[in-house]
Ligand binder design. Structure first.
Ligand SMILES: *Cc1c(COP(=O)(O)O)cnc(C)c1O
Length: 399
């Protein structure tokens, strides 16, 4: 495979994002088969990787789509999703953006009481989903929380009486109850505990058919990292869900919205070594990229495994890998990788989720190309940007 990456880089240029369709499909199948329930709906959270071809792949697998902006909704519709296959889960958007979503006919997940009131008044009997924040903290571990008390997301579970009054007086049809954590969940027990609280909310609304637990499924970034034990979790969670359905005498649909879990490990980021710089304390490798292309290491302190694909068996040395942006942009510190020479190609793994989709043009750099490996063939799915792309929306004055 290392030689293949080298060839891809020669063909499509550097830096480059490469995704493997087979990996995405297997992740999706694994996710789907982990939950033994009658009705399961998987909304791919397309903010993780939003290339139209990736959206079309998920459509072909039978997935639905989770969108957090009206632009994502439009991309989903262009990729062939029907409005009813799209769940729109925004927060802090304008009334105008809700109007646009209504015009598209997508399912709308409301995250705050003012929006609920606005929509309920304007569209009597409107069908909506409601995002609940259960404020659940895992046993003493402040890092694994399902929504701090001061989190901006969702309608607080403590506002349930108020929510019920609004729903009743405005005649809103609550079709779905939703919750989403937003963080890497190490201990799936937290989902089970969230479920107990969410089931309590569901009991309050006769019209509910969908129960959506969002996402937060962790993927391993370091070799020693744990990942969500999906099968074990799916079994446990499915049992709890089925039990709830039985107790209510009702067939609900269980929903999740994985993004990272489905695409992260399908992606690689390839970048070329421009310089090797020995300082008095360490060796810097300067590559032809920066946080403009790949920001997770700097933004989230994320660890991405790294290898020198030009010298796979070489003697290992310690390096710091940095970018070419005019700020400190460190991809990796004190990493043992095969000896690096100028012109070598480095590969960062787990670069499928929140990598290209967070890329920018900072320093007026052009964003890289994207390639999809489909049925063993490398297909270009996004051209490298050109200077024209940078200029196309600028209005040039006579100065
Ligand atoms: C970001 C997000 C997701 C996906 O989260 P992952 O950690 O990538 O799986 C799902 N639902 C909502 C509402 C989100 O904002």
């Amino acid at each position: 495979m290392d030689r293949d990456y080298q060839e891809l880089l020669n063909e499509f240029g550097s830096p480059l994002y490469v995704y493997e369709e087979e990996v995405i499909r297997k992740n999706y199948e694994r996710f789907k088969s982990a939950f033994q329930v009658e009705n399961l709906k998987i909304f791919y959270a397309c903010k993780a990787l939003s290339n139209q071809n990736i959206l079309s792949l998920f459509k072909s697998y039978g997935a639905s789509l989770d969108c957090v902006s009206i632009e994502e909704v439009e991309l989903g519709i262009r990729a062939g999703f029907s409005p009813q296959e799209i769940l729109f889960t925004p927060n802090c958007i304008s009334e105008e953006e809700y109007e646009r979503a209504i015009a598209f006919g997508v399912r709308i997940n409301v995250d705050n009481l003012p929006a609920l009131e606005y929509l309920g008044m304007k569209y009597p009997g409107i069908r909506l989903w409601i995002r609940i924040n259960p404020h659940l903290m895992a046993g003493g571990n402040r890092k694994i929380s399902v929504g701090h008390i001061d989190s901006k997301f969702g309608i607080s579970i403590h506002q349930l009486p108020h929510l019920k009054r609004l729903v009743q007086s405005l005649g809103i049809e609550v079709e779905g109850i939703h919750t989403h954590t937003g963080s890497d969940i190490i201990d799936p027990e937290i989902f089970i505990r969230a479920a107990e609280l969410i089931f309590g909310v569901v009991r309050e609304f006769e019209s509910v058919r969908y129960i959506d637990f969002g996402s937060g499924f962790k993927v391993p970034y370091r070799p020693e990292d744990t990942e969500t034990q999906l099968e074990e979790f799916g079994k446990k969670f499915g049992d709890a869900f089925n039990e709830f359905c039985t107790s209510q005498g009702k067939e609900y649909t269980l929903c999740f919205e994985p993004g990272k879990f489905l695409v992260s490990n399908s992606g690689s980021f390839l970048t070329k070594v421009n310089i090797i710089k020995q300082t008095t304390s360490c060796v810097f490798i300067g590559v032809d990229s920066g946080f403009n292309h790949f920001i997770r290491p700097m933004f989230y302190d994320a660890h991405h495994e790294l290898s020198n694909i030009s010298n796979p068996g070489g003697e290992k040395k310690v390096y710091n890998v940095v970018g070419y942006i005019c700020e400190t942009d460190t991809f990796a510190s004190d990493r043992f990788i095969s000896e690096v020479k100028k012109g070598d190609v480095l590969r960062f793994s787990n670069a499928g989720a929140y990598c290209f989709s967070m890329a920018s043009n900072y320093n007026s750099r052009l964003r890289p190309a994207e390639v999809l490996i489909l049925n063993g063939e490398a297909r270009l799915i996004r051209k490298r940007e050109t200077l024209e792309n940078l200029l196309e929306n600028q209005v040039i004055l006579e100065l």
